[in-house]
Ligand binder design. Structure first.
Ligand code: NAD
Length: 376
């Protein structure tokens, strides 16, 4: 079994899909590992580290690979290098990208989308959404601190007292919880909101204060899968009125609110942004799905009357070494399940629930039920 570690061709993607640690683990599984030159360099991992772990550096690494590991969905120019029948495993971003899936299917490879991994106990070690969102939540607070002209912790000094920064986190999933924890570690006074009632206790356990309209609709706002539901217009209006008053008094806002398969809910209007003191900072982690904040621009810092709105994309990639290391472990844990431990050969069980949930293409066709061409 030959495993290839691809170099990402997207200039905005500094992560890599393997680490020296996972190369060692692949070798222990009986695989040969090849890496494209410089694939890890932007994650602080030179080729020599991969060689020391047992990989071969080769410009032709992809050509005869049985498994290609990547961060981003492969483009046509990359697909042209893979052998037919190869497995390609990456964050595929399949929703709304059906044409790209067709291109992958036409290349004859079997593509797996790591972000479609079911959130069940067995697959927790493979959960890329969590590993990357956790780092993004951390980094969002660091970005906010960087753009903020004041200190986060309260400081009582001979020259006077600096008040603690007030941080409001909107959306308390994996990213939001880490944002709360990070802001607390920096000494901020933290409040947070979410539409899922289960988050109230989580917020409080991190030493932050919970803020939400807690009516009947709120009490039922969580799906069986643990995700948020889209809230009614009435609820959104009540919640907006409550948060609008709160936002006026905040220094920092971190938004992370998402609803699976839907555009990000709009939570902060331009008027709310303008109600904040100049020097305040907002960071929108939902920008790639349309954003939670009115006026946010992907990849930019927007200044609205002295208030900054940070819209960086791929925020986990801004902590590339840690993000790559965790992503690599997620990938290894999945690939391990595709290998027969005795024969050391690939043995994909296409009936396994993890395979069924993540497999997008096989034998020239798009096989995932969510991405079938619409019948007339
Ligand atoms: P997500 O990225 O889909 O959404 C982020 C947060 O935004 C969620 O908490 C959501 O409730 C919130 N949100 C949506 N609309 C909102 C609105 N209008 N106002 C305020 N907040 C809003 O979420 P996620 O981080 O992927 O986590 C979703 C759930 O899955 C959580 O309960 C998490 O603990 C759970 N989870 C389970 C596992 C596992 O069991 N293996 C792993 C990871 C996460």
């Amino acid at each position: 079994m030959k495993i290839a570690i691809a170099k990402e061709i997207d200039p905005s993607e500094p992560r890599v899909a393997a680490s020296p640690d996972t190369v060692k683990k692949f070798k222990a599984l009986g695989a040969d590992v090849a890496i494209e030159p410089g694939a890890g360099i932007r994650s602080g991992l030179p080729d020599s580290d991969f060689v020391a772990a047992g990989a071969v550096v080769s410009a032709d690494a992809l050509k005869d690979a049985d498994v290609v590991v990547k961060v981003k969905r492969p483009e046509a120019s990359e697909l042209a290098q893979y052998k037919r029948g190869a497995l390609v495993i990456a964050i595929m971003d399949p929703y709304g990208n059906e044409a790209a899936l067709k291109t992958i299917a036409d290349a004859g490879v079997s593509a797996f989308a790591m972000e479609l991994m079911p959130r069940i106990t067995r697959a927790q070690v493979m959960d890329v959404l969590s590993s990357q969102a956790n780092l993004a939540g951390y980094r969002a607070v660091i970005e906010a601190a960087e753009s903020f002209g004041r200190a986060f912790p309260m400081m009582m000094t001979a020259a006077g007292t600096v008040p603690a920064a007030k941080v409001f986190v909107m959306g308390v999933g994996v990213a939001g919880l880490q944002a709360i924890a990070t802001a607390r570690r920096l000494g901020a006074v933290v409040t947070a909101t979410d539409v899922r009632p289960a988050t109230k206790e989580q917020v409080e356990s991190l030493g932050a204060k919970f803020l939400a309209v807690e009516d009947e609709e709120f009490k039922n706002a969580q799906t069986a899968g643990g995700y948020a539901k889209e809230m009614s217009k009435e609820y959104q209006a009540k919640q907006a009125a409550l948060t609008a008053e709160h936002i006026k008094k905040q220094d920092i806002i971190i938004t992370t609110a998402l609803i699976p398969g839907r555009p990000a809910p709009k939570l902060v209007t331009a008027e709310m942004v303008r109600s904040m003191k100049p020097g305040s900072v907002l960071v929108d982690l939902a920008v790639e799905r349309g954003g939670n904040i009115e006026g946010v621009k992907a990849g930019k810092i927007v200044d609205l009357d002295g208030v900054k709105i940070v819209g960086f994309t791929n925020v986990a990639g801004r902590v590339a070494t840690s993000a790559s290391s965790l992503y690599a472990r997620n990938l290894f844990s999945f690939i391990e399940t595709l290998v027969d431990k005795t024969t050391k050969a690939l043995a994909v069980n296409w009936d396994d629930e993890l395979v069924k949930a993540t497999a997008l293409t096989r034998n020239g066709a798009v096989i995932h039920p969510n991405f079938q061409p619409k019948s007339a």
